[in-house]
Write a protein that binds this ligand. Structure first.
Ligand SMILES: CC(C)(COP(=O)(O)OP(=O)(O)OC[C@H]1O[C@@H](n2cnc3c(N)ncnc32)[C@H](O)[C@@H]1OP(=O)(O)O)[C@@H](O)C(=O)NCCC(=O)NCCS
Length: 211
């Protein structure tokens, strides 16, 4: 399969590499600068952003967990590089989801995740290992659904929101979807039973706004 450049050199980038290797890509990390080439990636194939054109006709993915930084890098490079989706072979997709995901760009879906039915995933969203996104959900662009989070049906998660590890978003309905505002943060292990305001930080069971 083709060469894939992964922007980032962090632990998240190495997890994204695992997905890329599982689908047969040859991987090169794309580091922002020399100082970000850390001990975990120093023995790997790494080039600097300024030299990214050397990868010729490679495809690209982001290995950047921070939503804002991922958006900045993707927005800067997507005009001249070809980003692809990465779906781990052990992730499972409901009927029609493969085609729906294929209409988006830069999505990363990790091992064991489940994307159910009639789900829309925004460009450059990340679905972590063993996370579940249930029927009729919309996950905004540049959003992060961390490992083992569970998003039940009819949830509208806004752009750049962050759903922490193991959190549960209780379902909405087709008439009244549960809304997670753009840029909202849901803490690890929270259970969200009401809508979350844009930019708010919510923790606990049931989740309450703390910031
Ligand atoms: C919610 C979160 C973003 C808050 O981070 P923060 O803004 O730095 O907040 P603080 O650490 O200052 O904590 C503020 C308060 O909330 C509490 N708190 C923080 N996270 C909490 C959580 N997940 N559940 C319950 N309480 C939590 C703290 O104990 C603290 O309480 P206090 O004021 O009584 O001492 C963070 O704790 C979190 O859960 N991040 C998600 C991590 C994750 O899932 N990572 C996945 C990586 S892929």
């Amino acid at each position: 399969m083709s060469r894939l450049g992964i922007f980032g050199t962090s632990g998240h980038a190495r997890e994204v590499r695992d997905i890329a290797l599982a689908v047969g890509h040859d991987v090169t990390f794309v580091a922002r600068d020399r100082t970000s080439v850390n001990s975990a990636t120093q023995d790997e194939s790494v080039i600097l952003e300024e030299d990214v054109e050397q990868l010729g006709n490679a495809v690209f993915a982001t290995g950047i967990g921070d939503n804002a930084l991922r958006e900045a890098v993707a927005s800067h490079f997507k005009v001249r590089l070809r980003f692809t989706n990465l779906v781990h072979p052990s992730a499972t997709l409901g009927d029609g989801q493969e085609a729906r995901i294929g209409r988006s760009t830069g999505i990363v879906i990790a091992a064991g995740a489940r994307i159910s039915n009639n789900v829309a995933l925004g460009d450059f969203s990340v679905i972590g290992a063993n996370a579940v996104v249930s029927h009729d959900c919309v996950i905004g662009e540049f959003a992060m659904v961390a490992p083992s989070a569970t998003i039940l049906g009819n949830v509208r998660a806004g752009a750049r929101c962050w759903i922490g590890a193991g959190a549960t978003i209780v379902q909405g309905s087709s008439d009244a979807p549960r809304r997670i505002g753009a840029g909202a943060v849901v803490g690890a292990g929270a259970v969200v039973t009401e809508d979350c305001e844009p930019g708010g930080v919510y923790v606990g069971v049931p989740a309450k706004r703390i910031k």
